[in-house]
Ligand binder design. Structure first.
Ligand SMILES: Nc1nc2c([nH]c(=O)n2[C@H]2C[C@H](O)[C@@H](COP(=O)(O)OP(=O)(O)OP(=O)(O)O)O2)c(=O)[nH]1
Length: 135
């Protein structure tokens, strides 16, 4: 099965997480995820994440440490391996081209969203840790 490596951003501000809802027509449509996307050949995960955040939001970012666990799930289109990093946005979000909605959520609200299956172990661990590491 095709392995697809994906990076996701854990963006925290005032104890809230930036959650993004995938646009309805896309793969895993309408499910919630970490902003990010596929790692392209020759890119490090950090480079991929910076690029994705620039493309999706028009925002500059700084990538900090990787999260303690990865996501991993199999779909009909391949196996997604999700690497998440703590990220600070250095500029405003000026656009959103790939999401139906962006929402700042606390732990309780995050637990009530329907996340992509890949993300479920990651978000559960993050909720357990608490939304307290702001960069
Ligand atoms: N960005 C992001 N993608 C995720 C997460 N969890 C997860 O399973 N994915 C999946 C959805 C997509 O199949 C893939 C990311 O690809 P992408 O967002 O760059 O999608 P794409 O532009 O290629 O669009 P598409 O063809 O998949 O619709 O990883 C997540 O938390 N963030």
């Amino acid at each position: 099965m095709k392995k697809i490596e994906v990076v996701g951003a854990i963006i925290l501000k005032d104890n809230k997480l930036l959650a993004a809802q995938r646009a309805a027509g896309r793969s895993l449509g309408s499910l919630w995820e970490f902003p990010g996307g596929k790692i392209e050949p020759g890119e490090t995960p950090e480079q991929a994440l910076e690029r994705e955040l620039s493309e999706e939001f028009g925002a500059q970012s700084t990538i900090f440490e990787p999260f303690t666990i990865n996501g991993d799930a199999k779909y009909d289109f391949g196996e997604i391996i999700l690497y998440c990093y703590y990220v600070r946005l250095n500029s405003q979000i000026v656009k959103t081209i790939e999401h139906d909605e962006l929402r700042w959520v606390d732990e309780k609200e995050a637990g009530q969203l329907e996340w992509a299956p890949t993300d479920v172990p990651v978000i559960q661990e993050l909720i357990k840790e608490g939304f307290r590491y702001e960069y």
